[in-house]
Design a protein around this ligand. Structure first.
Ligand SMILES: NC(=O)c1ccc[n+]([C@@H]2O[C@H](COP(=O)([O-])OP(=O)(O)OC[C@H]3O[C@@H](n4cnc5c(N)ncnc54)[C@H](OP(=O)(O)O)[C@@H]3O)[C@@H](O)[C@H]2O)c1
Length: 257
């Protein structure tokens, strides 16, 4: 039996990872801030799939929260075989609309927590000669899109670099770059989604299935949908100024507050 630790497991993409990994027979360590929701999720997954689901309440925007999770990842008696660094959020508005405190919180959750959790997991995985880490980034990593895009670009660069450094150790690292996925993300950020065309939306369960296939194939970067693979091909050859104009207008509109 293997164990997977998922941050941000209670909603959206993290919950899809939890459902799929539980169905595949993995024990789980579920991480988020809402303890009641975590326990409900653990009970449901245990009852449905007969797996053990541990609950870890942690706010990854704080040092205490990050340390709680790194301690669990370093527990050699109960090793974690697969880490999904998924917790994340959006801030509504463009640059200078967002408070400095919220910008820094994003860097803490998207970058510092990902660095510290990946390092804790990879250290014990390398000692055991096996393991995997999926760091959830975004296709926003490839377009000019404020602190969100910059933080996800860091996730992609960091993960692909670390994957190269750990090649041959049995530890696989992969950056996952979803496009728009219907989750709680946009509502939590107070962002309207009316101007996002229907064909751009992805299903979280299909996204996770494709991501796990890419991890099994040993890829260090996963862009799981043909629509987004094609779009990212166009993005590579598009002038940055034009790209920045389109990107800054898409999906960042204020919703009702
Ligand atoms: N949805 C999209 O269109 C999309 C596209 C590309 C990439 N992504 C990325 O995918 C990841 C998951 O997003 P999602 O769409 O699934 O979001 P979501 O539905 O809003 O779920 C976010 C999850 O993260 C947890 N979380 C948030 N802040 C946290 C913190 N400070 N500490 C610990 N846990 C925290 C939440 O639980 P609690 O509130 O209980 O902590 C929840 O379980 C994010 O990294 C996001 O950037 C999303």
């Amino acid at each position: 039996m293997t164990t997977a630790l998922i941050t941000g497991s209670t909603a959206g993409i993290g919950a899809a990872f939890a459902r799929r990994l539980a169905a595949d027979g993995h024990d789980l360590v579920l991480v988020a801030r809402d303890t009641k929701r975590l326990h409900e999720q653990a009970t449901e997954l245990h009852d449905r799939h007969g797996i053990e689901a541990e609950v870890l309440t942690a706010d990854l925007a704080t040092d205490d929260g990050i340390e709680t999770v790194t301690a669990r990842l370093g527990d050699r008696k109960n090793p974690v075989d697969l880490l999904i660094n998924n917790a994340g959020f959006g801030n509504k508005g463009r640059y200078l609309d967002v408070s400095m405190a919220d910008e820094l919180k994003m860097l803490k959750v998207h970058c510092e927590a990902v660095l510290r959790l990946t390092s804790a997991a990879a250290t014990s995985m390398r000692a055991r000669g096996r393991g995997g880490v999926v760091n959830v980034a975004s296709v926003a990593a490839f377009v000019p899109r404020g602190t969100y895009g910059a933080s996800k670009a860091w996730v992609v660069q960091f993960t692909q670099g670390a994957a190269k450094d750990l090649a041959g150790t049995g530890v696989r690292l992969m950056a996952l770059c979803p496009g728009f996925v219907r989750t709680e993300f946009h509502e939590r950020a107070g962002m309207g989604t009316d101007n996002i065309p229907g064909w751009l939306w992805l299903d979280a369960d299909k996204l996770v299935a494709a991501a796990l296939e890419d991890l099994a194939r040993g890829r260090s970067l996963s862009i799981p949908d043909p629509r987004y693979k094609a779009l990212m091909g166009v993005v590579k050859v598009m002038p940055r100024a034009l790209l920045g104009g389109i990107s800054s207008k898409t999906g960042r509109k204020y919703g009702p507050r």
